[in-house]
Design a protein around this ligand. Sequence first.
Ligand SMILES: NC(=O)c1ccc[n+]([C@@H]2O[C@H](COP(=O)([O-])OP(=O)(O)OC[C@H]3O[C@@H](n4cnc5c(N)ncnc54)[C@H](OP(=O)(O)O)[C@@H]3O)[C@@H](O)[C@H]2O)c1
Length: 186
Amino acid sequence: MKNVTIFGKGNMGKVIAGRFTHAGNQVTLLGSKDAVGTLGDIVVLAVPYASVDVILEANKAQLSGKILIDITNPVNFATMDDLLVPSDSSAAEVIAKKVPGAKVVKAFNTNFASTLAGETATSVLLASDDAQAKAVVTAALEGSHLVVVDAGSLKRARELEALGFLQITLAIREQITWMGGFGLVK
Ligand SMILES: NC(=O)c1ccc[n+]([C@@H]2O[C@H](COP(=O)([O-])OP(=O)(O)OC[C@H]3O[C@@H](n4cnc5c(N)ncnc54)[C@H](OP(=O)(O)O)[C@@H]3O)[C@@H](O)[C@H]2O)c1
């Protein structure tokens, strides 16, 4: 059992909370107006990419040593044609540089919220340079019905974010629905 703190009570925060809770973890959901107490072993950034910095700044000391899950898709919604991070980087790598003490794991960004609701055996891809952090997240999600897959180093967050971006554009262009998305066949 892990204590999990989730920043963001929106679509993603709620369904990720549901999966961690279902797997037997203790989850605290924090909205933008909630006071931040002691953070859990696992911290999830379920907020827009533009809101990440304020959370990192306000909690930098406490985030050191924590597993920090970045689920963001840093899409430039003004153009819908680019990501807001350099093409030779990713939101997860930018975050890792800003909070070097945290063990950053990219996860959930390729899963639309609706596909994480309920108990469907959706695949969740994890990218991190910290193998132990990936193992802890995988163990914490045992019993969640999610299929957790190790996607490699944190550098793979670039591909995960590209995949997340592509999936969003497919849904916007009505080539898939917001209930769909990429699946993984093992
Ligand atoms: N929706 C999807 O299917 C999906 C899929 C994959 C990845 N993502 C990513 O997941 C993230 C969240 O998306 P979402 O769809 O859940 O958005 P959402 O429904 O709009 O929820 C975002 C939440 O973040 C909260 N928030 C903003 N600043 C905060 C702060 N400083 N502290 C705590 N909470 C804060 C907002 O609360 P207030 O309203 O109080 O500001 C809001 O409840 C985004 O980065 C998105 O790219 C989304």
